[in-house]
Write a protein of this length. Structure first.
Length: 235
């Protein structure tokens, strides 16, 4: 499984946070623009040299931070040629970094669902059912033609791609355990139980030849949602 960033912007160390905040506000910037050097004309030559040396040290440290952020997949860059010499790097945030910043999707979704439920009682249930069916149909092509074990693994990949930070483990008795370490719609699930019933309904319909039971549930206080998956015994 690919490693994911699971922090927020407030959880980033000071310098990294400052860089990410600056790029978020500016869109893109060169390293020199992220650490502007202000040399006052009233300073002596020695004082200017000392400040310049300190600024160069800061810039070197800043470049190390930028390299680390690139390695973490949080920023990227484009090359900009300004005259002779090596091109300049102009840095920008990646989608992974943008995900660190606060989002209010769940609040908006809940508000809209409240309106729908007020205007047409029962429509909220229908919407979650439509979502479940869409997910089942989307998974069908990816699961077709695979063995039971392969389908369990592929279904877990689908959950992971949907933002559930999912992984799987085969137990000693041959059953499987699927774990969702993150709930992609936690804010909605906390208010609308249909989100959780829709989730296990999706898993059961995607694997009709499996017996699937939820063993851990975030809404019940667990730090994850986990499912036991075993092949259905012939009648």
């Amino acid at each position: 499984m690919a490693e994911r960033v699971s922090a927020t912007i407030d959880g980033q160390p000071g310098t990294r946070r400052a860089i990410l905040m600056a790029l978020k506000k500016q869109g893109e910037a060169r390293a020199e623009e992220l650490d502007e050097v202000d040399l006052s004309q009233k300073l002596s030559r020695k004082e200017q040299d000392e400040r310049l040396e300190a600024a160069q040290d800061r810039l070197m440290a800043l470049r190390l931070q930028l390299a680390g952020l690139i390695g973490d997949g949080l920023i990227g860059y484009r090359e900009l040629r300004v005259g002779p010499g090596r091109p300049k790097h102009v840095y920008h945030l990646t989608p992974a970094a943008d995900a660190l910043f606060p989002k209010t999707y769940s609040e908006l979704t809940n508000e809209l669902l409240d309106y729908v439920g007020a205007v047409k009682p029962g429509m909220v249930d229908e919407l979650f059912e439509m979502r479940r069916q869409r997910r089942v149909e989307g998974a069908a092509a990816r699961l077709a033609g695979k063995s039971f074990d392969e389908r369990v693994c592929e279904l877990t990949r689908i959950l992971d791609e949907d933002g559930y930070l999912a992984d799987y483990e085969r137990q000693a008795d041959g059953t499987w355990r699927i774990v969702e370490h993150n709930c992609a719609i936690l804010g909605v699930a906390a208010k609308y139980g249909q989100a959780c019933s829709s989730e296990i309904g999706f898993l059961r319909e995607a694997l009709p030849d499996a017996e699937i039971e939820r063993t851990h549930h975030m809404m019940a206080g667990a730090h994850m949602c986990a499912y036991e998956v075993r092949p259905r015994r012939p009648a």
